[in-house]
Design a protein around this ligand. Structure first.
Ligand code: OAD
Length: 231
């Protein structure tokens, strides 16, 4: 089976109703990113950070995967598919994708501030005073700016084995995720699907589709499945 590695960003979830980061006005759902997505912001005002992610978590229970997420599930009928997502939502899993690597963490998980290996499923609100089993405050399981990206090594290994590499709905501005495409073999076919595609120079065999995820992803998936599917 040929291997497809897919890098997704906020754009794939936009048509499900989750705002992207950089399409608005530099704010993320009305907040300064430095206040809600950095260790410094957490140290300064943990209540604000907790409430911010509580809101995001609540929103997640109300949104559904779209035709872009769903098309990637169909791809598994003929390909070995790994999704590497920068998104902290769970819409790939909700759609039914079997292998999803979250580079920037997951909204529905929390972890200990003192023992990062203690990670818990957390579907509801997180409050100050919620502790890990060793008695330390829990925090959102999100990779904030300035923090390590522990899943990057796994993602790079996957990219190196790709026969086909797809990039969907990302501005490709945040590293190391943005560099992943450069680990795909030069002979592998690459697709970039984004209504405002970023300039990806130095990448061979690249097909760019300036389309939204719900148009562009089913289109490419249909092509890869030999037009056998009525998506
Ligand atoms: P961005 O907000 O930077 O980029 C969103 C991309 O989605 C842009 O290229 C848009 O053109 C595209 N887009 C918008 N609507 C779309 C649609 N309907 N279909 C397809 N694409 C669409 O989001 P990311 O690139 O994901 O990190 O941002 C990367 C990281 O920066 C995020 O993971 C987050 C943020 O800070 C952390 O939280 C650690």
């Amino acid at each position: 089976m040929k291997k497809v590695v897919v890098l997704t960003g906020a754009g794939i979830s936009a048509e499900s109703g989750i705002k992207t980061f950089r399409d608005a006005d530099g704010l993320w759902e009305g907040h300064d990113v430095m206040q809600v997505a950095t260790p410094e912001g957490w140290a300064q005002n943990p209540e604000l950070v907790l409430e911010f992610y509580n809101q995001r978590r609540r929103q997640l229970h109300e949104v559904q995967p779209n035709e872009g997420h769903k098309a990637l599930v169909h791809l598994e009928e003929k390909y070995d598919v790994t999704i590497v997502t920068q998104n902290v939502d769970n819409l790939h899993e909700k759609a039914g994708s079997s292998r999803v690597i979250h580079l920037h963490g997951e909204l529905l998980k929390v972890r200990s501030t003192r023992h990062p290996e203690l990670v818990y499923d957390w579907p509801g609100d997180l409050r100050s005073g919620d502790l890990c089993e060793k008695g330390h405050q829990l925090r959102p399981h999100i990779v904030w700016f300035g923090e390590m990206v522990p899943m990057m090594d796994v993602a790079m290994e996957e990219a190196r084995k790709a026969d086909i590499f797809m990039v969907i709905g990302t501005s490709l501005l945040v590293y190391p995720a943005a560099g992943l495409i450069h680990y795909a073999p030069s002979h592998s076919r690459k697709y970039l699907i984004d209504p405002k595609p970023s300039d990806v120079s130095g990448v061979s065999d690249l097909v760019t589709l300036a389309k939204t995820a719900t148009e562009g992803v089913p289109h490419v998936v249909r092509e890869l499945l030999g037009n056998q599917l009525s998506l």
